[in-house]
Design a protein around this ligand. Structure first.
Ligand code: H2P
Length: 829
């Protein structure tokens, strides 16, 4: 038994705190053992990829030790836990991040060198785990890193998609989507937990059953699928704590339907069972609205149901009364995607644990917190009632019951204002009767968080105005943050070393506010020189990548101007491209002698368009068409280059961000909930060219307007400008660049017509025309500053120095204290 085993192991080995040693020769032996026994190649002959696999397994062993210790410690202490429910996690690569957080990167690098391998080269062998679309998903990943590093008792829960976000391939300038079968060569960073499985039910009917002299509801499901856990250990930095990201995969249920096997149609019966696996097969690309997609709803319920069974099982292991549940469990809803969890907790408590409705409701109201990441109405999910009724009939009843009680209460508070009541209802009547998942989340959560201060204002005054007036205390915000471990230490090691040298400590890696210490040195010429050197080396690395990928040679003395993010009209990549066309046109029309005054630029754009988002795809094509023209124009030479980086993902960002001089965050004011890319660039000493949108407003407070290039209409001006519409004055330059596209200057005249229509003739919803003039002025200011290298370097240092507030460590601490009520639980040995 367990107890005896423990005694025996202790007698044999003692209570060693670490079984695995991390000196170079132990590491070498481990790697070779994994080459031989795990990868099953001869230890005398293996290639880079096999070496990477062995290395990864050796790191994984070390992660597992710490992870076990952490889990045992949590179990013993039984603190309140935070469960972070998210349909998306963009983890990227794990190797470098793990060895850095474990503090054994150099040891591994030395060990490998003697074996004839370079750590960096092996690290490049790893593919990205791309189980998410963009900012929301990368934020979850950053927050997991902070939760681990700050010793919080946390679990992440999500779906283990077999296909992550599609690979973007550019052919003739057009985006093509290809499947990302990322598990092809196995995934050493996960641990399959064959024993941790739960049945998940779908479809069927709800019946009344006699119970204790009364009636109760029983759900008789029509389909059963098994959820299997895959655990991804997440190591903290400078701590033994290693937490769990548990992702669920769908497998056919263990329960065999004898009926279909007895009819003789064995093959079809097996094929039908196999269909279960489709639930976790593919991540939905961000398609702005998922309304009415059954598989999407199935995915949501599948991961919610499995996670809650796991959470409740863990709770019941050491507690007998559900009244303690809110003291031990905090459930975080990452956007509306997991909000079925609310109805599911009610169902489990009432139907399975037999609590009465009011007692269950009292518990539900104390455990959920909800964070929304968007201001776009289409981002707020709605589920057609018909669909919910067929897939989850009992949940629909529960949601109706919640809504009934809530509306009755509401009538008492606000009277019979039917317009307002219908706006605030969880159920939307209309052509298609639907459930508003955001309203469900707001009604049932104790806290509704926005992701920046500006976003929170928009939630209170527009998106959730009615709710804010009713429950002002529920509304709060936690400005997003990013982890400096991945975004400086892992991705920019030379800057990291430079910062530590000048601060005289590495403590900023855990205590990022220390970066502010660089402010005092911002004028130091020695620091300037070293700073520029580091930046130049990063630019060279990026230039090599650009050449290898596109064949375009770029000069590192040019300004590297970057915009990387999902392609979306509100993010205004089109404004950037039109600005580039203007720059091109100016150079073309200049006297030759004047060209020497032009500040050379390399414009870099990257990002994926959702497969069904036609306009976004046209923007990509336009970028490539303009690049084709400019890059091959001998009049322009090194003065201007445009590069579209295909297949933008986390590891591409890790390479591009440290090499950027200027980065663009140019959404129409009032549209970007927060933005997190801006924070990554800021930390790396890249200057921002930005609108005062999302979290940028808070960045301004930290580093001052003078250290960045701001432009554009302000948030409060936008609605009035839209009303003016066609009457708005648009600068001549704008009309003339759009005309170039319309007239086929870059080819594909017909194809680009609808794109031009989107920004002209009163259709310019995102105000590209209106903002164009001030955009060009901000660009000119950036050119001017770049020429003054001393000024630029000072601004760059001050950017890094002022980035401390934008660490996810700060965000997580705020959530822990203000929203979740959890405390650190540090593993002692
Ligand atoms: C979204 C928002 C961003 C926000 C991020 C994380 C959905 O990311 O639009 O403004 O910073 O969530 O909260 P993105 O657009 O990058 O996919």
């Amino acid at each position: 038994g367990g107890g005896e085993t423990r005694v025996r192991v202790e007698r044999m080995f003692g209570l060693m705190d670490r079984f695995l040693k991390s000196d170079p020769s132990s590491l070498q032996k481990d790697i070779l053992d994994h080459v031989e026994y795990t990868v099953a190649r001869s230890r005398f002959s293996f290639d880079d990829f096999e070496a990477y696999q062995a290395l990864a397994h050796s790191v994984r062993d070390r992660l597992i030790e710490r992870w076990h210790d952490t889990q045992i410690h949590f179990k013993k202490k039984d603190p309140k836990r935070i469960y972070f429910l998210s349909l998306e996690f963009l983890m990227g690569r794990s190797l470098s991040n793990s060895v850095i957080n474990l503090g054994i990167r150099d040891q591994y690098a030395d060990a490998l060198k003697e074996l004839g391998f370079e750590f960096e080269v092996l690290a490049e062998q790893e593919g990205d785990a791309a189980l998410g679309n963009g900012g929301l998903a990368r934020l979850s990943a950053c927050q997991m890193d902070s939760l681990a590093t700050m010793d919080y008792p946390a679990w992440g829960y999500g779906l283990r998609y077999q296909y992550g976000l599609f690979r973007q391939v550019i052919l003739d300038g057009y985006q093509h989507e290809q499947p990302d079968y990322w598990l092809n060569f196995g995934n050493p960073w996960e641990i399959e937990r064959v024993h941790v499985t739960y049945p998940v039910k779908f479809y069927g009917t709800v019946e009344d059953e006699n119970f204790n002299g009364g009636k109760r509801k029983v759900w008789l499901p029509g389909e059963m699928v098994e959820a299997v856990a895959y655990d991804n250990p997440i190591p903290g930095h400078g701590t033994r704590n290693t937490i769990t990201l548990r992702l669920w995969a769908a497998k056919p249920s263990d329960q065999i339907d004898m009926e279909s096997y007895n009819t003789g149609d064995y093959i079809n019966a097996v094929v039908n069972r196999q269909r279960a696996e489709t639930i976790s097969s593919v991540l939905y690309p961000d398609d702005r609205s998922y309304q009415g997609k059954e598989l999407r709803l199935k995915q949501q319920y599948f991961f919610v149901s499995a996670s809650l069974q796991d959470i409740i099982r863990r709770f019941k292991d050491s507690h007998s009364s559900f009244d303690d549940f809110p003291e031990k469990v905090a459930l975080q809803l990452n956007d509306t995607h997991p909000s079925l969890a609310i109805a599911e907790v009610m169902r489990v408590l009432v139907d399975e644990e037999h609590l009465d409705w009011n007692r269950a409701w009292g518990i539900v109201c104390k455990i959920f917190s909800f964070t929304t990441h968007t201001v776009l109405p289409e981002g707020l999910e709605k589920v057609p009632v018909d669909l919910l009724e067929s897939l989850l009939p009992r949940h629909l009843q529960i949601i109706y019951d919640i809504n009934f009680d809530y509306i009755e209460e509401l009538k008492k508070k606000i009277g019979l204002d039917y317009d307002r009541l219908s706006r605030m209802s969880i159920v939307e009547d209309g052509a298609v009767k639907s459930i508003r998942m955001a309203n469900l989340a707001v009604v049932c959560s104790h806290t509704v968080n926005g992701v920046s201060r500006v976003h929170s204002e928009l939630l209170k005054t527009r998106v959730f105005k009615d709710f804010y007036e009713l429950w002002p205390h529920k509304f709060d915000y936690k400005t997003n943050g990013v982890t400096q471990r991945r975004w400086i230490v892992v991705s920019n090691p030379s800057l990291s070393a430079l910062i530590s040298k000048w601060l005289g400590t590495e403590a900023w890696i855990r205590d990022v506010d220390l970066l502010a210490g660089l402010q005092e040195q911002a004028a130091n010429v020695d620091l300037h020189e070293e700073w520029r050197m580091v930046r130049k080396v990063n630019k060279m690395r990026l230039a090599e990548y650009i050449e290898a990928m596109s064949g375009i040679k770029v000069s590192v003395s040019a300004m590297f101007d970057v915009q990387i993010k999902r392609i979306h009209e509100y993010k205004r990549q089109l404004l950037n491209i039109l600005g580039i066309i203007h720059r091109y046109d100016c150079i073309k029309n200049m006297e030759k002698s004047d060209r020497t005054k032009v500040v050379p630029r390399v414009c870099i754009i990257g990002g994926k368009a959702a497969p069904g988002y036609e306009i976004a795809k046209k923007i990509i094509k336009l970028c490539n068409a303009v690049a084709e023209k400019i890059n091959n124009d001998p009049d322009v030479g090194d003065l201007l280059k445009l590069v579209f980086i295909p297949d933008y993902n986390v590891s591409v960002a890790e390479l591009v961000i440290p090499g950027a001089d200027l980065s663009q965050h140019i959404s129409t004011a009032g549209h970007e909930a927060s933005g997190t890319g801006n924070m990554k660039f800021l930390m790396n000493g890249c200057l921002l060219l930005a609108t005062e949108d999302g979290s940028t407003a808070e960045i301004i407070e930290e580093i001052g307007e003078d250290n960045m290039f701001l432009f554009g209409a302000k948030m409060h001006e936008v609605p009035a400008l839209r009303v003016k519409g066609p009457a708005l004055k648009v600068p001549l330059q704008f009309a003339s660049v759009v005309r170039m596209v319309r007239d086929g200057y870059f080819g594909f005249q017909d194809y680009f017509e609808s794109l031009c229509d989107k920004v002209e003739g009163g259709n310019d919803f995102y105000l590209l025309g209106y903002d164009f003039q001030s955009y060009l002025e901000a660009q000119a200011a950036a050119d001017k500053a770049f020429v003054d290298q001393e000024k630029w370097t000072r601004m760059s240092i001050l950017s890094t120095a002022g980035s401390g507030r934008f660490s996810s460590d700060r965000t997580i601490e705020e959530y822990a204290e203000k929203t979740w009520g959890i405390e650190p639980c540090k593993c002692p040995f």
